[in-house]
Design a protein around this ligand. Sequence first.
Ligand code: FDA
Length: 392
Amino acid sequence: MSAAHYDAIILGAGAAGLMAALTAGQRGRRVLLVDHADEPGKKILISGGGRCNFTNIHTAADRYISENPHFARSAFARYTPADFIGMVNRHGIAWHEKTLGQLFCDGSARQIVDMLMAECRDGGVTYAFGQSVSTVDHADGLYRVTIDGRDHHGPALILATGGLSIPKMGATGFAFEIARKFGLQVVQTRPALVPFTLGEDEALFRSLSGVSTDVVTHWGKTAFREAALFTHKGLSGPAMLQISSYWQHRTPIAVNFMPEEGADWLVEEKRNRPRAAFRSALARRLPERLAEALGSRLGLEGELSGMKDADLRKAQQQLARWPFNPNGTEGYAKAEVTAGGVSTRALNQKTMAAAKVPGLHAIGEAVDVTGWLGGYNFQWAWASGRAAGEAV
Ligand code: FDA
């Protein structure tokens, strides 16, 4: 049987692959979109608690982690959140801003997948879902991809198979494998937007599982103000997920449990409510169980009136810079994204094409561009997918 010919073969029908496919297809290119999963966009379907936080209106390159933070600028300038919102509006999908520029569907994430598939259909994209890719080769200017024993070839190959996060949903390191095979560098990968684990020495905090509070987390000069959540394994919630993407093993993070209160807040409490117990003063600002745990760690028991101002100021300082020493993270099994990936040094920022390997492109999470929590990762998938789809 002779090989089927396409202008572009796209491996991975997630957010980035779908965007690349619909863009190239609508430009009249013959596109084959391949995925080993039996349906496209599985991560889109579970994203944003089932409502898909599909973009963030504050998208800017400085909200992404990469060896080259400037790399993504060009793609973001050419495909903006407003462009994606335009597509969502054309499809009559209702949406709302939740917080911090995060846009969600009012209904379900399924609407985003249906929209992208409808756009792919308009572009005449051919699908090969539920099929495995066994080999990928390049000779005489053509990529030859064997899918379920059948050969397909074309001058352009787009790697859009994502990263290693959530292997039980079909995530693989396939893009990295193929990139290395063609001589592209891959920046060391690590789980990002991932909960921290705490050791036995922090068992007191693990016993607070389910307690959530607004904090500022710090790692080095990086800080996020959002909610933190204690879990039976350690620390989660948006503030912790955000800082996890920057964190390096065996370093502490610092948590400000009282972001609103000044250095003298406890002293003022003592003046205003001298008979109040220390932990009930804390409980005016923090969930009761957390106030109790912090009070017992600080070793301050009894009424505020019996405490020295200096001790209260010291306690306030500790509450504003509480050190945690995570002993690790929950790993790829729970990581929302994979940091690292195909090095941006190897890629052209306008086309996502490998400079030294004609016709090979890498997009989405497979590339060493990792966004903050809050719709930033999908915006990168859309923008990089668009860039590659316009180039093939
Ligand atoms: P993606 O992982 O989406 O797609 C890769 C595709 O390649 C998959 O369909 C996979 O089956 C396929 N594939 C993998 N290996 C293959 C192989 N060997 N052969 C063939 N096919 C293969 N981001 C955001 O901005 N807003 C949000 O609300 C959320 N929410 C969220 C929730 C959860 C639980 C997770 C895990 C992640 C998020 N994210 C998110 C992150 C977001 O899902 C992620 O950044 C994008 O899906 C990345 O898109 P890609 O297309 O690059 O990879």
